[in-house]
Design a protein around this ligand. Sequence first.
Ligand code: NAD
Length: 344
Amino acid sequence: MTSTRIPATLIPGDGIGPEIVDATLAALDALNAPFEWDRQIAGLGGVVAAGDPLPLATLDSIRRTRLALKGPLETPSGGGYRSSNVRLREEFQLYANLRPALTIIPGGRFDKIDLVVVRENLEGLYIGHEHYVPIDGDPHAVAMATGINTRQGSRRLLEYAFDTAVATGRKKVTLVHKANIMKALTGIFLETGLDLYEKKYKGKFELDTVIIDACAMKLVLNPWQFDMLVTTNLFGDILSDLVAGLVGGLGMAPGANIGTDAAIFEAVHGSAPDIAGKGIANPTALLLAAALMLDHVKLPELGTRLRKAIDETLNIDKVRTGDLGGTAGTAAFTKALVSRIHGG
Ligand code: NAD
């Protein structure tokens, strides 16, 4: 293992964020992961401390480290704040969102799931070009939204997905679209993907295409027919939550936001205000995000050890938090996990 320290920004976040971040740090410490953390605030914590959900010091830190592990952030309703998560994606051009879904606890409704959703993270209907048209005194008589997908944006995301498919030995990539209705907006993504595959990736894996609505049905009927799904922003947002549901819910779903200027790792779930401070949150999703972060910094052997220890804690020791039907709190789960990492 390398002894070089790797500077990384740590954002504990809101709600259960600090609890699951503590658990994740305990596991990373047990692994001797060489991160040199720069602790920063964002979300509600940022508003309270600095009057901004994304304070300058936090942005500066990520600019310097180009790497972050973050807990969930709450966007305060009212006050006109934009989502800190969307701002982070734009600021650091985090154009790819990678969400692997892997069954860890066997015997659920869907067993042996192993698929990856790659979502375009910057374009489409998320660009925030929305407005109302007032008519006859009704200020909200008409609502309009504009989506923008570009050839260049589609291409870099598709290239990232296809390269990841090759690097991780995926046999099939399914491009999800709605080009039958949104002929330009999602047609450009489909067209770019087919062209790129033909010119650069043909023979390296199988490429399939499916319309989003059919994809949703197929995922519920037979998710095993898929290997990697690649799609535009809104469809990816919805499908990645659907896929998280196939492997036991949000508590088990990690996400990586990969960009040209930085990479930010997080759990897919939010700040869970209903259970914050109760010591019962499941830290697995953030732990799995930390494993993705270890892979990203080219320490995959540590990522593999972390995943193995999580598997053993859940399946051999059967130490599980309440959302997984168990009785363990966050601290008891973390203790069992750390002991597994130490080889106990
Ligand atoms: P949520 O994901 O926080 O919670 C949904 C449900 O899942 C709740 O019942 C919660 O208790 C449970 N849950 C979530 N994570 C869990 C865990 N690790 N262990 C056990 N149970 C868990 O969704 P929400 O309530 O819609 O959102 C709360 C806040 O989080 C909102 O302000 C939202 O904007 C924010 N949010 C942030 C992110 C992010 O930072 N990436 C993502 C989604 C939501």
